[in-house]
Design a protein around this ligand. Sequence first.
Ligand code: PLP
Length: 233
Amino acid sequence: MIDAEELAARLAAVQGRIARAAARAGRDVGSVSLLAVTKTWPAEVVRAAYDLGLRDFGENYAGELADKAEALLHLEGLRWHFIGHLQRNKARSVAAVAAEVQSVDSVRLAEALGARAAEQGRTLGAWVQVNVGGEAQKSGCSPDEAAAVASAVASQPALRLAGLMTVPPHTDDPAGAAPYFAALVALRETLGGAARLPGLSMGMTHDLEVAVAAGATVVRVGSALFGVRAATA
Ligand SMILES: *Cc1c(COP(=O)(O)O)cnc(C)c1O
């Protein structure tokens, strides 16, 4: 497991990458936030990142999120963001602890999440995940479905429509992601623009510079901070 000194160095490196990409794009570095993706890493790793000042953490699995949220309940200001594929029968446990769910990809999931959040007296930020590359194995709605999913989110009083999220197809050259990020930006324009969908969550370890250049407001970074994950089932 990563030690605190190594983590501090990696965090500085990632923050430097974001700052340089923002500067090249003529953007304010404060317009891009870093979501630290902690899937597969134990609660102590989240704690170490929190101690370095990080507050926003991304998790992909409902059970793992519930366990870590419970273990770290005492950490003031920590915000959990759910970024994995979410089954409706897990909506209750995610709605109990998450501040944001970035992976809303169907009308039925928006309805379930809104209902489960309302029951628990919580309001969640909800992002529409769009599969801009049309890859069969990836979650996310198709661009054609995004309007309906966004409307379903907007009609839930316990959900706040926060933006669009995507995971582009992998290309060895990070620049290969640019057309997919541009497609998400263009889709946002057709859905009401930044006034309705303020956030654009795109860019990971491999391609965050390309995403910042394209207008990302959130980059989701795991391995550049915490190391390479063991393969998960
Ligand atoms: C795992 C994951 C990330 C982080 O990926 P890295 O390449 O490790 O930075 C970002 N977004 C989603 C949706 C993920 O599942």
